[in-house]
Design a protein around this ligand. Structure first.
Ligand code: 13P
Ligand code: SF4
Length: 318
């Protein structure tokens, strides 16, 4: 904690202060499963990207405090143009969203006139304006299946998830060549070794992982689907191939089970998203106190990006 903040906070509990600010400012804290445990513990709602967008769409709070990455807070702002949306660290971006620059994507789209554009929510507001419908890892299958069979589909920006969905749905799709730095790092060799060391452990993986990892996975799904699986499954140990923040909720929900973070292809033992982890409890407190950094977007951009997000929400209503 920096010295100024420490002086200001002397004798005060940061959790208490955050809760006080929540009431004073009629704020709601939405946090993604990849956030630090402290942030998850103080949040009003923890979820995957679909559940967080759904919460943002229905909240009546005055201020939305988004503990996640930029595209998530941006989505909350697009759904609430008149509300203040702040996030702990405005530099918390996403390598997957960065892998799809809007100008390049517009050129790609131009080459396939008539194709329906389905974009994964991990993209910028500009890419959303070029999309017909947004999806997340929770609802992508349903959304692809809602498109008439004769229509060509462009799926962006994640090539791993796109390839996985092509297999799942049997639909041929034109894939944008993007990926997530966190999910591409998992080591097949180390995971295979772990499986040998823990023969009873099930490998559960996020669809952003590369094909060789998905091929040996016992279960593939969004963060919320992975969490749910560990709660209802009869197994007792899981190798978790996604960002490590999710382990906090898994351990809280199933304290008697064992959760092993899948190791990446480097010297680390677990796979943290460097963008998600830019947010800290202190920055969360400061952004609520100062009501900044704030997400500010041009009204025209918000208007154009809203329609494909609303289409997703309508299709995911039940
Ligand atoms: P979920 O939608 O499964 O929470 O995934 C979000 C994400 O950023 C995955 O890397
Ligand atoms: Fe983006 Fe990957 Fe981090 Fe998710 S884990 S926010 S896709 S960089």
């Amino acid at each position: 904690m920096n010295v100024n903040l420490q002086n200001e906070m002397t004798g005060l509990d940061i959790f208490e202060q955050i809760n006080k600010l929540k009431c004073e400012k009629n704020a709601v804290i939405l946090a993604h499963y990849y956030q630090d445990a402290d942030i998850q513990d103080v949040a009003d709602f923890i979820g995957d990207s679909l559940a967080l967008a759904q919460q943002a769409a229905k909240t009546d709070a005055q201020m939305i405090v988004f503990a996640g990455v930029h595209f998530m807070a941006e989505t909350a702002k697009i759904l609430n143009p008149s509300k203040k949306v702040v996030m702990p660290d405005i530099n918390a971006g996403c390598s997957l969203a960065d892998s799809c620059p809007a100008d390049k994507f517009a050129e790609f789209k131009k080459k396939h006139p008539g194709a329906v554009v389905i974009s994964y929510i991990n993209c910028t507001a500009e890419v959303k304006t070029l999309s017909d419908i947004i999806c997340t890892s929770s609802n992508a299958e349903k959304i692809i299946k809602s498109i008439p069979a004769e229509r060509e589909i462009i799926f962006a920006p994640d090539r791993n998830m796109g390839a996985y969905l092509m297999k799942k749905t049997g639909r041929d799709m034109l894939l944008w060549d993007g990926s997530c730095m966190v999910h591409e790092l998992f080591s097949l060799e180390k995971i295979s070794n772990l499986k040998e060391q823990h023969p009873g452990a099930k490998l559960i993986a996020h669809p952003e992982c590369e094909e060789p990892i998905l091929k040996i996975a016992d279960m593939i799904g969004s963060t919320s689907a992975m969490l749910k699986f560990t709660q209802v499954d009869s197994g007792s140990a899981y190798i978790v191939a996604t960002e490590t923040g999710i382990l906090h909720q898994m351990m809280l929900a199933s304290p008697k089970k064992t959760f092993i973070p899948a190791p990446p292809d480097n010297s680390c033992a677990c796979n943290d998203c460097p963008h998600m982890k830019l947010n800290t409890l202190e920055k969360l407190y400061q952004c609520m106190r100062d009501e900044k950094p704030e997400i500010v977007l041009p009204p025209e951009l918000m208007k154009n990006a809203e329609a494909p997000i609303r289409r997703m929400l309508e299709l995911s209503a039940n």
